[in-house]
Write a protein that binds this ligand. Sequence first.
Ligand SMILES: *[C@@H]1O[C@H](CO)[C@@H](O)[C@H](O)[C@H]1NC(C)=O
Length: 323
Amino acid sequence: MDRTNASVVTEFVLLGLTSSRELQLTFFVIFSAFYLAIVLGNFLVILAVASDPHLHLPMYFLLANLSFIDVCQASFATPKMIADFLLEHKTISYNGCISQIFFIHLFTGGEMVLLVAMAYDRYVAICRPLRYVTIMSRQFCTILVLTSWAAGFVHTLSQLSFTVHLSFCGPNVVDSFFCDLPRVTQLACVDTYVTELLIVANSGLISLSSFLFLLTSYAVILATLWLKSSAAMAKALSTLAAHITVVILFFGPCVFIYIWPFNTYSVDKVLAVFYTVANPILNPVIYTLRNKDMKAALRHLRTRCLWTRMVAGTSQVTRIISY
Ligand SMILES: *[C@@H]1O[C@H](CO)[C@@H](O)[C@H](O)[C@H]1NC(C)=O
């Protein structure tokens, strides 16, 4: 990292979620369990989509990609937070801090645009059903996925470009469990008013444009369904309900963060937990519990695993017997 001589801060101190010793131990157990569930749940979704030919459809490819981003989002800060629960002094190096800022904006920016891609997929499926296969080709699907990563990349690079030139000359205590950009910016030894404004504007731009796009596409989809038969409506609605739930859960807290971005209340700590832990676990739960094909694929996966184990077991027994 290129840094001016004025910067003397080489590491930041993270205050974590709580200072209570007992609570930290409890959190250690709870968050470890959550993290395990996030990784397992999302990998199950990816595995189910990859292994079941019934799920080789754009909607599920995008869903598997969402699961992948969820694992990424849960992994850039949570494991460190979990380990930190056991440590007295929680610190992070300057470069580690910048990396965390880079990753959170990469993954959240990417996820927003991926949610838009998923909404577009549903829009084409419901409003342009006859052209669905031609529009949502494998190739276009890949383009959508790459676009969301590119958008996340551009978003995070612009956030960093506002930040890396800041000099940190003394205060280095971040009241959070990871390097939250607004909180780190406040520690700089220069006037950060313009920087803070740019950061909020940049995040606001990507969130607001994604949100408006999502709102429009779901409105059009719902209006289209309204005019169609009730049978078609019922089936599409259950999938749509899952999408809309995820979108509300994703953007609802976002609004809170950016309406009061530089407050001192701990509400943004709770929201940070929401984005790094709750949201990644909720997505697979919401999508799989509401989706019959997805549930069937998971059952399939389990049966096959059992079967493989049984076959492996039998051959073991045969081998033992033949010895
Ligand atoms: C993401 O989407 C692409 C494009 O359709 C697909 O080929 C790929 O398998 C998906 N990734 C995962 C992890 O499922």
